[in-house]
Design a protein around this ligand. Structure first.
Ligand code: XIL
Length: 352
């Protein structure tokens, strides 16, 4: 974006750096015969998945070969778990948990409290605060308790910071239980349900909106000060192929400055959402590879104790939520057939 406040020299400088990085990504070894992601990453590497995808043997084999952590893409969200009558269903997440167990892959819980999901059964609870409070606690105890000992961690609160970084989002949960208090309670209930899971605050657009990143970090500090058992910071990393060089590295090191483990929790690099720095559309795949290389390099440079996991939001392009929105997008490391792309070679090449 070229606004009036943008320094032209910085922009030209980053365009040149981008061209240099693209050349480097092009020079990567051919993606065929690449080692698997999990065999070369010195930290857990994950993907998201939906239970139904496990019926595809090629998908299940790719997942088992490539990753060491699994995040249910939607079946651990309230939208799936909470039924209209308020009862809870666990068929989908149980199927994913069973697959993870049998494949020796760890599971990551996503997500307990999300502003975007407030099931009718909770909306209808037009009762005293105490009853709402109890229903909220019971939900978190039931869900986090069910997978106790099976998950490495939980996204306890997802996307709490306002879109533009000005303060926090309004939601059913914040209105009923308080802006900060609903988050503190969620962390405490999750801790009660699962004493060993690492409990995360997770958010997106932390790379390209510095103000959002600052508010996110302040929120993490406020939670810690209020006694919430916050154990890690998640940065989703849904980015585009023309992300300016340096933004990802800055974000990862800013997040690490709090000293907590970092989860790069939902990475994909959209081609179709790119609209800025790369004018020549034929260079977008190389830009995508560059972004993946920078992410791998920046994450690798964290102290080992702060590298919680690096999760890709899908493996094959054809399975990506972005592709469901725009069929022309190809945001992941593997093509529709599960063959590694230049982006996979670049990600592996970025590992340190
Ligand atoms: C998305 C899933 O990929 C979609 O399949 C679903 O329909 C909507 O949610 N941030 C998050 C994820 O924390 O849960 C979202 O996943 C992507 C954005």
């Amino acid at each position: 974006m070229t606004g009036p406040g943008v320094n032209r020299r910085a922009l030209i400088g980053s365009a040149l750096a981008l061209a240099a990085c693209e050349r480097r990504a092009d020079a990567q070894t051919s993606p065929a015969n690449l080692p698997t992601l999990r065999s070369v990453a010195p930290f857990p590497v994950g993907t998201c998945l939906q239970a139904v995808q496990l019926d595809d043997p090629a998908f299940a084999a790719l997942v088992a070969a490539q990753v060491s952590q699994l995040t249910p893409e939607w079946e651990m969200k309230m939208e799936y778990i909470v039924q209209d009558d308020g009862s809870l269903r666990f068929e989908g997440p149980d199927k994913i948990a069973a697959f993870a167990r049998s494949a020796g892959i760890r599971l990551f819980g996503h997500t307990l409290v999300w502003y975007a999901q407030s099931p009718p059964a909770f909306e209808r609870l037009d009762v005293s605060r105490i009853a709402f409070d109890a229903a909220y606690r019971n939900y978190i105890l039931a869900v986090a308790g069910r997978y106790r000992g099976q998950v490495s961690g939980w996204d306890v609160v997802n996307e709490a910071v306002a879109e533009d970084g000005e303060g926090w989002r309004d939601s059913l949960w914040s209105r009923k239980l308080g802006a900060l208090n609903h988050m503190v309670l969620a962390f405490q209930h999750a801790r009660e349900a699962d004493p060993d899971a690492v409990l995360f605050l997770n958010d997106y657009n932390l790379e390209n909106i510095p103000k959002k990143r600052a508010t996110f970090l302040k929120l993490a500090e406020a939670l810690l000060k209020a006694g919430a058992p916050l154990g890690g910071l998640g940065t989703q990393t849904h980015v585009a192929a023309d992300l300016a060089p340096g933004e990802l590295s800055r974000t990862i090191s800013d997040l690490a400055s709090l000293g907590l483990p970092v989860h790069l929790s939902e990475m994909d690099v959209s081609i179709t959402r790119s609209e800025g720095l790369i004018k020549d559309r034929t260079r977008l795949a190389a830009g995508q590879a560059r972004v993946y290389a920078e992410a791998a390099e920046a994450f690798s440079s964290l102290p080992p104790s702060q590298r919680f996991a690096f999760t890709h939001w899908g493996l094959r392009d054809g399975d990506s939520w972005l592709k469901r929105e725009n069929a022309a997008d190809t945001p992941l490391l593997f093509d529709d057939q599960g063959r590694p792309k230049a982006a996979a070679a670049a990600w592996i090449g970025g590992l340190r």
